[in-house]
Write a protein that binds this ligand. Sequence first.
Ligand SMILES: C[S@@+](CC[C@H](N)C(=O)[O-])C[C@H]1O[C@@H](n2cnc3c(N)ncnc32)[C@H](O)[C@@H]1O
Length: 339
Amino acid sequence: MTGPLPALPPRLRLIEIVSSAWISAAVSALAELGVADHLDEPRTAADLARLTGAHAEALSRFLHAACSAGVLTALDDGRFALTEVGEVLRGDHPQSMRQMCRLTGMEEFARTWAHAVHTARTGEPAFDAAHGRPVWEYMSDPDHARFSRAFHGAMAESAAGHAVSALYDFPEGAHVVDVGGGRGAMLARLLTEHPHLTGTVLDLPNAVQGADKLLADAGVGARATVVAGSFFEHVPEGGDVYLLSRVIGNWNDEDSVRILRAVRAAMRPEARLVVVGHMPTGEDRTHYVRALDLYMFVLLQARLRTPEQYQELFARSGLELSRAELRPDSESLVEARPV
Ligand SMILES: C[S@@+](CC[C@H](N)C(=O)[O-])C[C@H]1O[C@@H](n2cnc3c(N)ncnc32)[C@H](O)[C@@H]1O
């Protein structure tokens, strides 16, 4: 189903809502198996099962479930084809969501959602209730390297497809410090698009694993530095633009102010801070922003914010809002300057 849902009697509508989690799990499983990467031409379930090491009859159920969500179409001859939406599940699509769809289905998140009622009762993060510690700490544990790789792989995939340069004019010759920049995918894209820029990526040691290689493979290694560390302890000085992409939405107000103050302490008076992330605009066409706000709370006791709410955090951190670029259904941008 690709358009708006038809009007349904309340009981049917409700069961449609709660069972959509199963369809979502089916799409995540297809992403894990890499099914879409074999659908450069329509194929049967048996063919796809052979190519992905899956069970043919079981896979056909997953494929039909994905058809009901409009990700695939079942052809009259029994073969399955990608729809325009399904194309984005391909690993080689320029805006691929394969790693993100795979990540969404991982056990860690399933267990987190199973504890969501704990969050509703107490206001505490369900991730901690399910796993005994906060998500960043859990991910830093070498025993959870698979989850960490999947998480940072998904972030790198979506950051690489993110056109931050379409939203912001980076000054000629600027040095960009990507604070909490993961594997450096966003920095790599920025430096590729703007040969005059240099940059630094700062993130926790488990997150920057592979960043040197990613930047070198993108051909920008000579203009980039990778720093492993915590933004609560130190943010590198000397930047002209400090980027916080999809970071502040992970933290409550107190911690956000600590991060912003650490960035502010590193900034020269003429430097700028650019915050990128989903912000409620009131014009969003999907329920994703509301769902993401819930997810941030359940996972991290955090929230998405409007530019006005960012301004409140900036005011407590020695910064002031200098620009806001709101984009419904997509990531928005706010800029701040030191006061
Ligand atoms: C949602 S991800 C966003 C990554 C990247 N900026 C992007 O937009 O793709 C949040 C990032 O914050 C990083 N992070 C969490 N705690 C941190 C800390 N104390 N110091 C530095 N980075 C941290 C995580 O490792 C993760 O890479």
